[in-house]
Design a protein around this ligand. Structure first.
Ligand code: URA
Length: 243
């Protein structure tokens, strides 16, 4: 919906733009803590213009966004799921002001993997990012139990077969510090289950630490601490599916 394409009910606006339930929203309006352009809102069904009228709850602005695009620096121990009985999910790390219904992690990292997770409520963009035919690159930094030799570069590039007989697309292996061959960068353009770990295993070593540092053309913000979430810039959202 375009910001000026039409007016909608206040309660619908608040429901779409926040993670509050319909009942919570009703309560806010009843308690007279919702304002529209500085005036206290009294009616659930008052019409507002998304993107034009300034709406707030308890003094906190509820800004209009068609979709939300977030960069998370995932810590180990959290799971890329919308719910989990046992572990903290990546969605639970999102601060209240960035939460809204429909957010999900676009692509999964293992529980023990750190780094860049793209979280959005834009199903179309997530689908394009994840679609195998778009070959969106993901760059990983890994620390290994055993050093890899130069010949592993060719093995990764050739499209290796991992355990279970699955054939991988060609991947790029580099050594960011040529004097330490237990530290590698691996670029994949697909996302098979445990793919980095299985490729490294097939090359004769094991992953002991794994972090995703780039998706498409967007590098994880080095100023974003582990566990922190920030909104992505418009340019970054465009670049997430850069090939
Ligand atoms: N490959 C893996 O093995 N694990 C991840 O979390 C991501 C890629």
């Amino acid at each position: 919906m375009h910001p000026n394409s039409g007016k909608i009910r206040l309660d619908r606006y608040l429901s779409e733009q926040t993670s509050y339930s319909r009942n919570e929203i009703k309560e806010f309006i009843k308690r007279r803590v919702v304002t529209v352009n500085g005036e206290t809102a009294r009616l659930f069904d008052m019409k507002i213009a998304p993107g034009t009228d300034a709406v707030s709850i308890e003094g906190n602005a509820v800004e209009y966004r068609e979709h939300v695009y977030l960069m998370l620096n995932k810590p180990a121990g959290t799971v890329c799921a919308t719910r989990d009985e046992l572990s903290e999910t990546v969605l639970q790390l999102i601060p209240e002001n960035l939460r809204r219904k429909g957010l999900f992690p676009a692509g999964r990292l293992d529980k023990d993997t750190e780094g860049f997770v793209f979280i959005t409520d834009d199903g179309d963009l997530a689908h394009r990012m994840l679609s195998p035919k778009n070959h969106v690159e993901k760059l990983y930094y890994a620390e290994l139990s055993e050093p890899l030799s130069e010949s592993a570069i060719e093995l990764f590039a050739s499209g290796m077969t991992v355990d279970g007989g699955e054939k991988c697309l060609p991947a790029k292996l580099t050594f960011p510090d040529p004097s330490d061959r237990k530290k590698v960068h691996i670029t994949l353009c697909e996302g098979k289950f445990h793919q980095v770990k299985r490729m490294v295993h097939a090359a004769g070593s094991e992953v002991v630490y794994l972090r995703r540092i780039r998706i498409g053309g967007v590098t994880l913000d080095e100023n974003l601490p582990l566990g922190a979430v920030r909104e992505m810039l418009h340019k970054e959202v465009e670049n997430i599916i850069a090939l």
